[in-house]
Structures are given as C-alpha cells and as structure tokens.
Design a protein around this ligand. Structure first.
Ligand code: GLC
Length: 719
C-alpha cells in the first residue's frame, strides 16, 4: 500500500475513530478482549503522525500521549536498583520534586551474591510496585552484562561473570517486577562490558563466545522471564551499533528467540535512520531535543512519505509499542496501583542485603561478635557513614532513608557496647586522621574497619572505568596499621572487588558488602553480630592482581583504534582461572558461613521419561555446625573429550538450601541437555555430544568434593 492510499484511508479512519472513540466499548479499551485484538484495533485507529510519535521520546523519559484515543504519556524510569528520582523533563538535572523518593534496593552485584532467585523475584516485586506507585510504565532494568573486566565502572549494577547465575537472578527479578503491571527492560543488549568509549567502541568476538557467554542471560530473561522490553547497548558489535544491529535484533532476538516486546535504544544510542528502521529498533530514547529531530521522528516520517520505507514496517514497530502498553494494562481501570516504601519493601531490602554479604575470611571465628563480651568497639572508615544509594549515575536512588554501617551498628549494640567512630581516611586525605583512628583502635576490644569504594567517577560509576583494582585514599596502609594496633580487626569492604594482598594475611576477618542499599547498615550489623548467618557467595572471581584476569592477561582491554577484541573468548572469569590454573584471591562461588556443611552420597539419576530431567544429581547436604545456616550448592560440568575446546568447567546448576544444626537434606539438582551443550559454530546450533562428562558438586568453583563421571549416550543438537 502506498502512502497516498494510506492517507486517504487514514482520513476515513480518523472520521470513524472520532466517532467510535466516544464508545467506551471500543475493542482496544476492553480488557476482556484478547491482547492482539486490542492491539490491532488501536493500531487501526492511529494516524501516521500518531504512529511515528509512539516511536520516540517527547522528553527525557516520556513518549507522547494521544488524548483523542485516551492514550496517556508513557513514563520510563531508571533503574535496576529502584525508581530513580524524576529527571528532566528536558535536561539531565533532577526535577527537584519532593515526591520522587524510593526504596533503594541493594545493587545488582549484591543481589547476585545471594544466589537466590527467589530474592531476585522479591527485589523485582519491590521495584515494580514502587514504579507503579510513582506512575512509571517501563522500568529500565535489570542490567545483565557479563563482568568481563574487573575495571568496568558498571560492574556494581550487573550480576557477575556467569551467564547462568545472571540469567536466573534476572529472570526472577523481571517476573517479580512485571507482576506489578509494568514492563521491565533488560539491558544493555549486547556486549556492553566496559564504559571506556562505550558510545563508539566496536566489540569483536567469535560466535561461540557471543552465544555461550554474552547472550544466554538475555535469552533466559526473554524466553523464561517474558520481559516486555530490551534496551540496545551503546557499543557496536561487529561494526554495527547495537541499538540498530540487524543480527542481534532481527535475526537473534526477534527471529530466533521470538521476542514480542519492544526494543528501545539507550539514550542517544541511535546513529542512523535507515538502520534504525530496518534493523529492529522500535523506540528511540534520547537526550536533547528537538525530539522531532530524532532518527525515528521526522526523518522516518519523511522517508515514509517518499516511499523509502514500507508502511508494514512502521506498523510492526507501533504494534510492539502498543502490545507492551496494553499488556501492562496502561488503559485499564484495574491496573495495579503499586505501593511505596512499605514495611515489606524495607524487609526485602534488608534480606537481600543480608544474604548478599559475603564472608571472605573468619580466622579463629572472630565473627560473629558477641555484644555481651565486648566493652568497646571502634568503627573506623569513611564508608561507615557514607550514604551510597544516591550515586553511580543512572542507577542512583533518592532513598527515603539510608542506614549507613555505623548507624546499623549503633542501632544494634549502641546501648550495650561503647562504640566510637573515627573516619580514618578521607578523599583528598587529611592530617592526623590516621593517628586518631589508631588511637581509637588501640583502646577498643574490637575494630570494625569499613572502607572500600564509592560511586565517584573512576570507581563504581557509569560512564568511566576504574584505572586499577587498588583501594583508594591510603586504605591499604591504614588497614595494615590498624591490625598492627589491634589484631582483632574486621575489614568490611563496600563496592566491587579490590586487591587485598598487602594486608589480607594479617586481618582475621573480611566481609564483602558491595552496595547493600538503604537497609544495608542493619543487614551488616545483623551479620556482624550473628543475628544472620552469612550465606552470600561471590558472583565474580576476585583476582590476586589485575593481570591475572583474562582480558588483562591477554592485553584485550580496553581495545585499540576503537575496537576491542574478546580474544579470551569463552574463558571469562572462573572459566579462565580454572582452565589456565591461575590461583584467584577468592574464587567464583566462594563464601563462608558461621556454620559448616558436608556433602556426601552423590548419585546421578537418569530421567526415565520425557517429563523428567535428562539427569538429576542427588546428594546429601548436612549442617555439621552449631548454627542454622544456608548453603549455596553449586554444580559444575566438565567434558572429557569435546570436539571443540571448552572451559575446564561451567556452572550448570545451583540451589540455596537452609539447614538447622545437624540436619541432613537430600538435594536434587536437575540437568537437561543444555547442561552438556556447547554452541557449535560449525553447524550454527547447540551440541550436547556423546562423551564422558564429570559432574562436580560443592560450595564453590574451587571446592567441589563430590565428583562423578557420566556418559552422555547420544549426541543431541538443538537450535
Ligand atoms: C544511560 C544508561 C542506561 C540508562 C539510560 C537512561 O546512558 O546507559 O542504562 O537506563 O541512559 O538514563
């Protein structure tokens, strides 16, 4: 159909629409009608102008209303950790509203460290409910980009180095969020693994690496999480910008995976109208107006009017936008109202934080501290009082409140223990901070040092990568002096991984706290004083030194001449450390508890029919300690003689199991054919080949006490 015919038809339809929209029972307005019929009915009522207006922003975070049809503005909002303060409408400045607070949930890396998909769901629920209460329709999270380099400024937002862990946590999150009648937006599709030159860098990688490492989390969120929107990444992949990348968006996302939602750009991530029209982009969001200058605005409209683009392509883009709108009940009176900062939200925030904290070291059981046996406690370090939620750029949250570590400790024991605070270090340094801290340390029974990183640019912050893995502000030297002044020193680190080799041997106890959100101080106090038994495990390898990490060992970061080539291929994170036999500081999947667990009696049980898993790994898990606790059991698969090179082992199953002291539970981890498969880029499909495998079970990638061989009898291939 040419545009002329369409415009005549449009005039006729407009007359009809003006007459029909007065009918409250128009199909698109009737929630009882099938979704696709509502979509088709509404699509048929739109003029060309109205269709185009649905494909791009009309402010920083909105798209245009269509008042005559009762279509409201669509409101988008960051971010992955909660509903960002209102921004704009036409600048990146905060709007200055007083009703745009939100619950600041723990950062993505902390959520991943819980290894508990149920908490992923719970975190998503909080964010979805608060989005509705704040009047938002599409929430721009979760971020699932794989942690390829420890230096990436946005690692704190993402879910670690393993595709299965990232995918499982994000799938739960999206299901929880979308249950509140909003759309989640999984991001950034794909291979946005560094902030350095993020808007232009071209990523080159082989097909197996793309399929086995960088796509699986997205695929799981699309196919199992049923996410309603996907955000293209800023970078290029194989020479084409991801926001309009034909292979990623048309071929894989919409073609192979059957994605029915909408693809939006990252802000100002669009660079070409023709590519945006043809390569699968459905919504262009951006920074500066005039918004009609956007690639999918006037240039697209003019192209259509000149007959450069088919109307069918326009309708497909609009259809996807309308589908997301109607599927999230934007037009329906019974749309869920949501809720804000409820006691349940606060409880979830604390629970995610408490389960995300990772106990890295606890020599001589210094932890948990017993308030009855401590007279004085010195809390030292600027991060003890630093509020972290309102930082990091787009994932920032204007929190209703934030319990900093010192506050949490004071609330927990302040009445029974003499707690002192000394800043110890400060950005830019200061005179006698160290001396005052050391004096406090000498006089106390126990020292709790709370340091690490923050959201300043160059640490854990969007828009830049870290220059190194070092603790800033002289913290290493301060920690050495503190533990020399008082051997009973606990080190708590906020932020993402750092090197610890200058003091780790001397320090008896270390806790990784990440960015634990607005209840973080209470969660930390609960762990330090034993109200909560820590159960977090590392979602990423902590290297002894940066050069031990694959991208750095191979000089494959940050790229040269605008291109970064992932020469490490499949060997990301523990896949590298385990295959190359490099000793990490702390391995992927590692975390201590205040109790101990024993693994025994592994049995591999083949399925007997199509309804059962291909194979189940069954084993006994016993809590052999004196405290209730939860253990993340991890299952890794090794293939003996693969026809293509494979990593030494890969995570293919995990579960979090709570046990009372002395309790034994028979645990079963199901495996299907995907647990044995690699992507065969020779045949462009997945291949689980007949071969001998080893199933390994334990509490971390480097602690797998149960091993058993398994012969996969027949090669299977699948798309
Ligand atoms: C940013 C981020 C993206 C965010 C968007 C809107 O540049 O890359 O994650 O959702 O713009 O703030």
């Amino acid at each position: 159909m040419t545009l002329n015919t369409a415009s005549r038809l449009g005039v006729a339809l407009l007359a009809l629409a003006l007459n029909v929209c007065a009918e409250p029972t128009a199909i698109y307005m009737d929630p009882q009608q099938p979704l696709e019929q509502r979509v088709a009915d509404l699509l048929g009522r739109l003029t060309l102008e109205e269709k185009i207006a649905q494909l791009h922003g009309d402010s920083k975070f909105t798209t245009a209303a269509i008042p005559r049809l009762g279509i409201p503005r669509r409101w988008l909002s960051d971010g992955p950790h909660g509903v960002r303060e209102d921004i704009g409408p036409d600048t990146w400045n905060a709007s200055g509203h007083t009703d745009d607070f939100a619950t600041a949930m723990p950062a993505g890396i902390c959520l991943a460290a819980t290894w508990n998909p149920e908490l992923g769901h719970a975190e998503g629920q909080v964010i979805g409910q608060e989005a509705r209460a704040r009047g938002k329709d599409i929430m721009l999270g979760p971020g699932v980009n794989i942690l390829r380099t420890p230096l990436c400024g946005r690692n704190f937002e993402y879910l670690g180095e393993d595709p299965l862990l990232s995918g499982r946590m994000a799938t739960g999150y999206v299901r929880g969020a979308q249950a509140a009648d909003i759309a989640s937006c999984v991001k950034h599709f794909a291979a946005n693994n560094q902030e350095y030159q993020r808007g232009t860098i071209n990523v080159e990688m082989d097909e197996r690496t793309l399929r086995e490492i960088y796509l699986p989390a997205f695929k799981m969120v699309v196919q199992e999480g049923r996410v309603w929107s996907v955000m293209g990444a800023y970078n290029q992949l194989r020479g084409e910008h991801c926001c309009h990348n034909d292979y990623l968006l048309n071929h894989i996302l919409k073609g192979e995976w059957g994605f029915q939602g909408l693809v939006m750009s990252d802000w100002a991530g669009v660079h070409d109208t023709r590519q945006a029209v043809r390569n699968g982009l459905d919504l262009e969001m951006g920074t500066d107006g005039p918004y009609d200058d956007f690639y999918l605005a006037r240039p697209y409209r003019e192209g259509l009017q000149h007959g450069d683009y088919p109307l069918a392509g326009l309708d497909e883009k609009v259809r996807r936008n309308l589908r997301v709108m109607l599927a999230t009940h934007v037009l329906d009176a019974n749309r869920k109202p949501g809720s804000l900062n409820t006691a349940a939200h606060q409880k979830t925030a604390e629970q995610v934080a408490a389960e995300g904290l990772v106990l890295l070291k606890n020599r001589d059981q210094l932890l948990p501290l017993d308030p009855q046996k401590i007279v004085s406690l010195a809390v030292i370090g600027e991060n003890a009082v630093r509020l972290q939620a309102h930082g990091g750029e787009s994932s920032e949250i204007k929190a209703f409140y934030e319990v900093a570590p010192l506050s949490g400790i004071l609330q927990r024991v302040g009445s029974s223990v003499n707690v002192t605070f000394s800043e110890g270090y400060r950005k830019g340094g200061d005179t006698n901070l160290v001396e005052r801290a050391l004096a406090a340390a000498r006089q106390a029974d126990v020292v709790v040092f709370i340091g690490g990183l923050n959201h300043d640019k160059g640490f854990d912050c969007e828009g830049a990568d870290r220059p190194n893995l070092e603790l800033p502000y002289g913290q290493n030297e301060l920690i050495q002096k503190l533990v020399a002044a008082n051997p009973r020193t606990v080190v708590v680190l906020e932020g993402t991984m750092v090197t610890m080799d200058t003091w780790l041997d001397q320090v008896p106890a270390v806790v990784q706290a990440w960015y634990p959100g607005m209840e973080g101080g209470n969660a930390l106090a609960a762990v330090l004083f034993g109200d909560v038994n820590p159960s977090g495990k590392l979602p990423c390898t902590f290297p002894r030194r940066l050069l031990d990490s694959p991208a750095h060992a191979l000089g494959a970061y940050p790229g040269t001449n605008g291109t970064v080539t992932y020469t490490e291929g499949l060997l990301v994170g523990y896949r590298w450390f385990d295959t190359q036999h490099v000793e990490p500081l702390f391995p992927f999947g590692y975390g201590l508890s205040y109790t101990q667990f024993k693994y025994s009696n592994l049995k591999l049980v083949p399925g007997t029919n199509a309804e059962q898993p291909l194979l189940s790994a069954e084993f006994d898990l016993t809590n052999t300690g004196q405290r209730p606790g939860a253990e993340v059991v991890e299952l890794y698969v090794h293939q003996r003689h693969p026809s293509l090179a494979r990593p030494e082992q890969e995570l293919k199953g995990f579960q979090k199991v709570g046990l009372n002291p002395g309790e034994t539970r028979r645990v079963s981890v199901p495996l299907d054919r995907t647990a044995f498969a690699f992507y065969d880029d020779r045949q462009h499909h997945w291949r689980a080949e007949a071969d001998e495998f080893e199933i390994r079970v334990g509490g971390s990638s480097r602690d797998l006490p149960l091993k058993q061989r398994y012969q996969l009898p027949v090669t299977q291939t699948f798309p």
